[in-house]
Write a protein that binds this ligand. Sequence first.
Ligand SMILES: Cc1cc2nc3c(=O)[nH]c(=O)nc-3n(C[C@H](O)[C@H](O)[C@H](O)COP(=O)(O)O)c2cc1C
Length: 162
Amino acid sequence: MNKNILLIYFSWKGATKRVALDIKKILEKKYRLEVYEIKPKVERNYFDWLIRSFIPNSRVQINPLPFNLTHYDLIYLGLPKWTFSCPPINEYLSLISGVEGKKFKVFITYGGFDEDRYLKAFLKKLKGKKIKVVATLKVKRSEIGKEEYLRSINEFCSESFN
Ligand SMILES: Cc1cc2nc3c(=O)[nH]c(=O)nc-3n(C[C@H](O)[C@H](O)[C@H](O)COP(=O)(O)O)c2cc1C
């Protein structure tokens, strides 16, 4: 199918990256796919990230990526659940353009608590940018690779262009 798909994610410790790469494996069989990892310009320690994740909408500089999303038909966006928000993702969202009415699928990984509130707040943020979220997926870190996980990512990757 002649669709342009972008798969973009931030992962500090690798869990979200693992999910992103599993999604990649499914999508690349069918679509023209571009995959990018959001990388902060400066590495930080856990305590530093934790403090920043408590500050609403805090941002950190990230390396250059495609920021104009006009020519993509669907965007998969992945991020970890970090207390209130994830600064590299906040920065990415502040820099992207061409997203009005654009379809996104959002996946998060989390350790084990408060993921529903986080996802809800994140979806509200995307709605504020007039992004249309057509699917969401929450993955508990300890579930990655298990049977139910594989089923859920396959379902998450099923088509939704209309
Ligand atoms: C700064 C920080 C804050 C976190 N806050 C939460 C949290 O509030 N709830 C939760 O379930 N997991 C929390 N986690 C755990 C991550 O969501 C989880 O380990 C995730 O899978 C990490 O993804 P990554 O390996 O791609 O970085 C936090 C991790 C970090 C580093």
